[in-house]
Design a protein around this ligand. Structure first.
Ligand code: 8DG
Length: 133
């Protein structure tokens, strides 16, 4: 089997029940596609620690681990690796969301997520968010 890559992602949900998506920067794989904030789990790091770190780096917000609720996961066979991506939901954080790495960010209703091109791994996640929100 290919390398199993563990990536953690978060559906940040605001008071209007909108979800945050972030556009992958030029130069990265899957550039231009809209994704849930997150990233790779580093060796020795727990998934929750990785997500707290990524949310701070990418969006400039502080999240407490108990505020990360597991929702579902993506399992997708990319050409060079197999992605396993737990998706958490978070409704509480400190600070204001901004694209700290120059990326565009957008708050969207779950039912409108289909209007934004996302990586193929993310498509099966959308109905879970529509159901929840
Ligand atoms: N963050 C995130 N990654 C996703 C999503 N869907 C999806 O297929 N991926 C894939 C794209 C990448 O192959 C991988 C995440 O890797 P990345 O390169 O963005 O992670 P990272 O922030 O740790 O990046 P790096 O600094 O190490 O380059 O997961 C998603 O919704 N969110």
């Amino acid at each position: 089997m290919k390398t199993l890559l563990l990536v953690v992602a978060c559906a940040l949900v605001d008071v209007d029940n909108r979800v945050l998506i972030s556009q992958r920067p030029e130069g990265k794989a899957l550039a231009g596609l809209w994704e849930f904030p997150g990233g790779k789990v580093d060796p020795g790091e727990s998934p929750e620690d990785a997500l707290v770190r990524e949310l701070a780096e990418e969006l400039g917000i502080t999240v407490e681990k108990p505020c990360l609720a597991p929702l579902t996961f993506a399992s997708f066979d990319y050409e060079t690796f197999h992605l396993l991506m737990p998706l958490y939901v978070c409704r509480r954080w400190q600070g204001f969301v901004s694209g700290r790495e120059g990326q565009a960010v957008k708050w969207v209703k779950a039912r409108d997520l289909r209007s934004y091109p996302m990586p193929p791994a993310d498509e099966p996640l959308i109905p879970h968010l529509v159901d929840l929100l």
